[in-house]
Design a protein around this ligand. Structure first.
Ligand code: 0ZP
Length: 334
C-alpha cells in the first residue's frame, strides 16, 4: 500500500483559495483541491500561449508515462461562472508522496478569463464523488475516478483531511488523521453522496449565544473550493442583523459592514449534535474600499440556491476528515 501523505495548502488571493503542489508525469503544478467537484484538470501546452501566460502548463509530449484517451473530452462550469474544457489522458499523479499510476488527467484547451487572470492556479483536483466527473467520449458521459477514489484502497485509512490555516500555510493529508490538529473528540456525520457532494443536514445555527432552528434549511455541502460560508439567505440576514451598520449591498454582491464592527461568532450545525463555531474575529473576508473602512463578510447568503455551501470560512476554524470508506465527515474544532 501507499500508506499516507501530506501536502501543503498555500493561501492565495488573500486566502480566498489554497494551492497545493501536485506532480503530474514528473511536472509540478499548483492545483486547487476542490471537494465540490470531481475533475482533475490542468493548464496544458494545448492552450494558447496568451492564455497560459506565466502559468505552469502540463506538456504531455514531455511525459514518458502520459497516455492519451482517444476521443475523450471534458467540459466543466463552476458555481462562480468560471470553467474549462479540453481533452483527456492518463498519467502518474503524486500528491504528498501518495501515487496513482493511471489517473485521468484533463488537459485544458480552453479556460475562462478568470483562470487566465488568476496567475497562480494551474488547475484543480476534484475531490467530490466520481459521479460528478465531466469526462465524455463525444457521445455519452464516461465519468473518470478522482485521485482520492483511485488511491483510497491503498491508504492506511480511506480518508483525506483538510487543515486550512486562517493566516498561513495549512495541509491536506491522505490516509491518516492527525489527532494533534484538533481539540477533543471528533464529531462524525454520515454524508448523502447521491448528489455527488459531501452533503449533510444542517438546520441549527447560533449567532453569538442565541441559537435557533431553521426548519426546512437546505442541505449543506463541505466544499474546500469555495471561499465563503454560504448559508440560506434568512440565516445570513439573521447573522448580519446582529452586526451594527451591516447591510446587503447589491453592487458588492453580499453583506458588508463597518470594519470596526464587533462580529458575533457564527455556529452551524453539522448533523444533529455538533455545532461548528466560527469565531467572530475570523469572519471578515476582505475590505471593499481603499480606506479599509468597509468590510465584506466570510458568511454570505446563498441567494436561494437550495444548497448551503460550507467553504473555507468554515475550514479555517475546523479540522475536517473526508471519509470515503463509510462516506462520512469528521469535524474537530481547532
Ligand atoms: C469561489 O468561492 C471563488 C471566489 C468567489 C467567487 C464568486 C464570488 C465570490 C465572492 C466573494 C468571495 C469569493 C468569491 C474562488 C476564487 C477565489 C479566489 C480567486 C479566484 C479566481 C478565479 C476564480 C475563483 C476564485 N468560487 C465558488 C466556486 O464556484 C463559488 C460558488 N460556490 C458558487 C458555490 N456556488 N467554487 C468551485 C471551485 C472553484 C472554481 C475553485 C473556480 C477555484 C476556481 C466549486 O467548488 C463550486 C461547486 C459548486 C457546487 C458545490 C454547488 C461546483 O461548481 N462544482 C462543479 C460541479 C460540476 C458541480 C459537475
Amino acid at each position: 500500500g501507499t500508506g499516507s501523505g501530506t501536502v501543503a495548502a498555500v493561501p492565495e488571493e488573500n486566502a480566498a483559495l489554497f494551492l497545493s503542489p501536485v506532480d503530474v508525469g514528473g511536472q509540478t503544478l499548483n492545483l486547487d483541491f476542490d471537494s465540490g467537484s470531481s475533475d482533475l484538470w490542468v493548464f496544458s501546452t494545448e492552450l494558447d500561449q496568451a492564455k497560459i501566460g506565466q502559468h505552469s502548463a502540463f506538456d504531455a509530449s514531455k511525459s514518458t508515462t502520459f497516455k492519451q484517451m482517444q476521443g475523450a473530452q471534458f467540459k466543466i462550469s463552476y458555481g462562480d461562472g468560471s470553467g474549462a474544457a479540453g481533452v483527456v489522458g492518463t498519467d502518474v499523479v503524486t500528491i504528498g508522496g501518495v501515487q496513482v499510476q493511471n489517473q485521468a488527467i484533463e488537459l485544458a484547451t480552453d479556460v475562462s478569463q478568470s483562470f487566465v487572470d488568476d496567475l497562480n492556479t494551474d488547475g484543480l483536483v476534484g475531490l467530490a464523488f466520481s459521479n460528478l466527473n465531466t469526462v465524455n467520449d463525444g457521445t455519452k458521459k464516461t465519468p473518470q475516478k478522482t485521485f482520492f477514489d483511485n488511491v483510497m484502497g491503498d491508504l492506511d485509512l480511506p480518508v483525506f483531511t483538510a487543515d486550512l490555516d486562517p493566516d498561513g500555510t495549512g495541509v491536506y493529508e491522505f490516509g491518516k488523521i492527525d489527532a494533534t490538529k484538533f481539540e477533543g473528540e471528533m464529531a462524525w456525520i454520515p454524508v448523502n453522496a447521491t448528489s455527488g457532494f459531501w452533503q449533510f443536514p444542517s438546520t441549527k445555527f447560533a449567532v453569538g449565544d442565541s441559537a435557533f432552528e431553521a426548519f426546512g434549511a437546505s442541505p449543506a455541502i463541505a466544499d474546500t473550493g469555495t471561499s465563503l460560508l454560504l448559508v440560506d439567505q434568512p440565516i445570513a440576514e439573521a447573522y448580519y442583523s446582529a452586526v451594527q451598520g451591516a447591510e446587503l449591498n447589491q453592487q458588492v454582491g453580499g453583506f458588508i459592514y463597518p470594519c470596526n464592527a464587533q462580529l458575533p461568532d457564527m455556529s452551524v450545525a453539522i448533523g444533529d449534535s455538533y455545532m461548528a463555531v466560527i469565531p467572530g474575529n475570523q469572519i471578515t473576508f476582505a475590505t471593499v474600499d481603499q480606506a479599509n473602512t468597509t468590510c465584506f463578510g466570510g458568511v454570505q447568503g446563498n441567494q436561494g440556491a437550495g444548497i448551503q455551501i460550507y467553504g473555507d470560512t468554515l475550514f479555517k476554524s475546523q479540522f475536517v476528515v473526508f471519509n470515503g470508506g463509510n462516506q462520512s465527515l469528521g469535524f474537530g474544532a481547532k
